[in-house]
Ligand binder design. Structure first.
Ligand SMILES: [Zn+2]
Length: 321
């Protein structure tokens, strides 16, 4: 009887779902540090824990600030067909053509990354350790989101094709189950990005092109699994939850032929390269003396606000699970 009650209780605990999941976002920022040149590593490595932990701040901010949500995605299929030539790649031109309301409603991740990149470059110019860390952690989040196929699709949680849950399945369940065991994160070095806009749009278009495969492979596999094979009560973060079964997850991942791992690896390379490019564009400031950092009262208060908004669990703005 106790066991049944426990299972029922577990069923009703709602799982918060995030872009790339907390796990993957934290790992992406973590691994990105190792791609940096020694002149940057000297500052980033001692702060690797901060960079990993705060990789998820932008998702927490979605519980505190309504304007946050569109910074994580772009429903690019609202603008025609691949490669979306109709959509101007400059923000002001896109707004002039479609109106700001439309652009905001469809998500702004490719533009927001460019704003964050400018802020990070300025932080390097100011040699402000706290700003460099905060902005590095956060740009890592948005860059990683831009690599997720369902962040570039209006059918972002399979809600249009009766596949609700697929968003967190692809970006949380698959990496949480398989990344440590099967994915390789040996990735070359950070590189200089000479055209940020072109680079970001390139990754977003790759994501958009892969969204169909993400959806279709899940639908196909669902036809081969009975519901009780597809879902199972299994452990997640110390709790027993009904979720996509391990066997369904493994089969899905292999049907994607390494897509999740590939996008995660590309995200890591992109994050490190964004950091590196900002540092180069700021004139390669010496980071050696920035090792000891302390956050001011305002920063600390912001971290607390983000945490409590997240814990209160009411998201503002549109959902984009
Ligand atoms: Zn996000």
């Amino acid at each position: 009887m106790k066991k049944v009650a426990l299972i029922l209780m577990c069923c009703i605990i709602s799982i918060k779902s995030f872009c790339w999941g907390f796990y993957a976002h934290q790992r992406i920022n973590y691994y990105a540090v190792f791609l940096l040149p020694p002149e940057m590593m000297v500052f980033y490595k001692p702060n690797i824990e901060f960079l990993s932990n705060h990789a998820v701040d932008p998702d927490k901010r979605r519980y505190a600030v309504a304007a946050e949500a569109p910074r994580h995605y772009i429903d690019i299929d609202h603008y025609g067909h691949y490669p979306y030539a109709e959509l101007p790649k400059r923000y002001d031109s896109a707004v002039a053509k479609f109106s700001e309301d439309t652009v905001l409603a469809n998500g702004i991740v490719p533009w927001w990354i460019q704003t964050m990149q400018m802020r990070l470059t300025n932080a390097f110019k100011e040699k402000s350790a706290a700003k460099i860390l905060k902005l590095s952690a956060e740009i890592g989040h948005y860059v990683a989101d831009a690599h997720v196929p369902l962040h570039a699709s209006s059918n972002h949680d399979g809600q249009l094709t009766n596949q609700k849950g697929i968003h967190a399945f692809w970006e949380s369940r698959v990496p949480e189950l398989l990344a440590e065991k099967e994915f390789s994160f040996m990735i070359g070095k950070a590189f200089y990005i000479s055209n940020i806009s072109q680079y970001v749009w390139g990754r977003v278009l790759e994501s958009a092109a892969e969204a169909d495969t993400v959806l279709q492979n899940e639908a196909k596999l669902t036809r081969q699994f009975s519901p009780d094979q597809k879902f199972a009560f299994e452990e997640r973060n110390g709790k027993i939850l009904r979720q996509y079964s391990s066997s369904f997850t493994v089969a899905y991942n292999s049907s994607l032929k390494g897509m999740v791992e590939r996008r995660m690896r590309t995200a890591i390379g992109s994050v490190a390269s964004m950091w590196y490019t900002a540092w180069v564009n700021a004139g390669q400031p010496d980071l050696k003396n920035l090792q000891v950092i302390s956050f001011n009262e305002e920063d600390v208060k912001e971290f607390e606000t983000l945490d409590s908004a997240w814990k209160n669990n009411v998201r503002k703005g549109r959902e984009h699970e």
